[in-house]
Unconditional design. Structure first.
Length: 301
């Protein structure tokens, strides 16, 4: 093992330097995410986490940090840059841009997907359910941003336009998926509001929803295997991403429905999760949703 590492290092004398720089930048950006979370929520993060013991805020921040970590894996995937300076510029630019997009994605999710509740106020009020929903939304957004970062190449204006455009497509698909889940919940619960259920603190429902949005994000990333990045055909490719993402989301939803029927045979999911708030069953639902999406995405690759 040691000999292999030495051989790899010998092939490129700058390898360890590049790795050290990437890790250092990543740690700085991850640290910044806590500060940014406090600024956007207009709270002191130390007070919220250590004095108020606000678990909901902690879950929300954890989701944001995990999301940025996912984005950064997209930034460092691939060959090293031609120079250390370009590596620093690329890693920092992608990282900061990813951090901004995660926060913008949260605002879009708040305004359009979950527009009936004030997530920021709910999290300040220590609503763990909303904290889980917020973290799931951030992670789902990051999964798609990572896929776009790997999909594009270069470091120019066209690259960042492509990343932002892919981000917009991802948000559109996540909003559509949320609307579908809302209608399904209302149909199964005599017209009740899923968002109001989140506000009421139904943790099991939030866990199920987390699985659904993350699986949707995974489904959307499969489009990167079928469309080649080209600045000249960016609009066509992104339209393809949107259509393909919706189709993949529907396919994942269908396969997940079948898998849940088989794996949770004899269990009334509406009764257990929606009405009895069974966190255990909801956790299994989440695992099934994500597993099916990962398997399908792996097959597409």
């Amino acid at each position: 093992m040691l000999n292999t590492l030495l051989e790899i290092t010998a092939l490129n004398s700058n390898l360890m330097t590049f790795l050290a720089v990437d890790i250092a930048i990543a740690i700085v950006l991850l640290s910044a995410m806590r500060f940014v979370s406090g600024v956007t929520a207009k709270v002191n993060t130390t007070d919220e986490l250590a004095k108020q013991d606000n678990f909901a805020f902690g879950i929300s921040v954890a989701g944001s940090i995990a999301a940025l970590g996912i984005v950064l894996t997209g930034a460092i995937t691939g060959e090293a840059a031609e120079s250390l300076t370009m590596e620093v510029i690329g890693m920092t630019s992608y990282g900061i841009f990813g951090l901004v997009l995660i926060k913008v994605g949260r605002l879009i999710h708040d305004k359009f997907a979950l527009n009936q509740i004030d997530k920021t106020e709910q999290i300040k009020a220590a609503n763990i359910t909303v904290g889980i929903v917020d973290a799931a939304g951030a992670i789902a957004t990051a999964i798609i941003i990572k896929a776009v970062l790997i999909w594009v190449y270069g470091l120019d204006v066209n690259t960042f336009i492509a990343i932002f455009s892919g981000f917009v497509v991802s948000q559109a698909v996540l909003i559509i998926a949320t609307r579908i889940k809302e209608r399904q919940y209302a149909k199964n619960n005599q017209g009740d509001s899923m968002q109001q259920a989140f506000a009421n603190g139904q943790v099991a429902l939030a866990i199920r929803y987390a699985g659904q949005v993350i699986s949707t994000a995974l489904a959307v990333t499969a489009a990167s295997y079928f469309f080649s990045y080209s600045p000249e055909t960016l609009v066509v490719n992104l339209a393809g991403w949107l259509v393909f993402g919706i189709l993949m989301t529907l396919l994942v939803t269908l396969l997940t429905f079948i898998a849940k029927k088989l794996i949770l045979w004899g269990i009334n999911l509406v009764e257990e999760v929606d009405q009895q708030h069974n966190i255990g069953v909801a956790a299994i639902e989440m695992a099934i949703s994500i597993s099916i999406a990962m398997i399908l995405t792996g097959l597409m690759a």
